[in-house]
Write a protein that binds this ligand. Sequence first.
Ligand SMILES: [Zn+2]
Length: 324
Amino acid sequence: MSILQFNGPQLGQKIRMVLQTLPSDHAVLVAESNADTSALSGILSDAVHVQKGMGKINCVGAHRYLTDEERRRALFLVDCDGEDNQELLSKDALILSENRDLESDMFFRMRSFEELLVRHFAQQDGSLSNFRSAARECHDFVLETATRVGLIRDIANRLGLQTRLDDILTGKRRKVGVRDLKDIDIYCSSLQAPTFGTILAEFRDLLGWTSVEMIKVRNSSENNSAKKCRMHNESDCLACKGRRFANGHELVDLGARVLAFKRHGSEGLQTPGFREFEHLLRASVTSEACADWPTVARIRRFESWGGFSILRTPGPLQQDLHSY
Ligand SMILES: [Zn+2]
């Protein structure tokens, strides 16, 4: 089934059918994409039925389609996508990611990336505080690079510019991204984030933007940077821009590349083999690591209200929330 054929009511009907076949004390968890469900798999209870939503529009449409009673047993997790989601925030049984998407939530909150690096550095002589600051440097490089790439892609989308290209390996159309930067290995091994201008020029060449279009993207970014963020009252605030623009898959992808270079040194430059590290990062998504993630707290609340079990281990919150 293609994404074009799929729509909210259709997904709603599918969820309704699943609910009818499940025991009444079981819930359905609807997440936007395959990447979301695989990222969550480490913390979910065996009993929960996971339904892929195929995009935010379908998920929101299906949420609207279901009755209140059905929504009591169907929890939706959708990506924020850096949009203004005021209307969605108040909906029952619908949880928005804190950052751009669920994967970036995990990357930011759980610090699994930094923990893995610290563990690796700790095999050498030195102090833990030095290892922690080295890990922080890697983290900042990843955040900075993913944010710049995401920002340029977002602005280009908004301006109606081409942001998709043919993948050389699969021949399929996909969004331009971090992996298209030609010196990606050099950036990741040296921890020198490519500048906004470098990424912009490369994307222009890859996507055939005109000079005028490129200037529009740059101007829009400059206007955006001049504004002060609400949370820290800073202009060009990386923390806030990262929340909004950094794509979760790209954070994990960059994190895995950095980790691969740290483990193998520069001889890995030809073949970083970073997929193995991507698995390692995803495998570190455990219930304990997620304990302070607000999304988990909201899932706990949904569990308590309905008496369901969605997460693998019962949380300490579960008893407290019975008083809600
Ligand atoms: Zn800020």
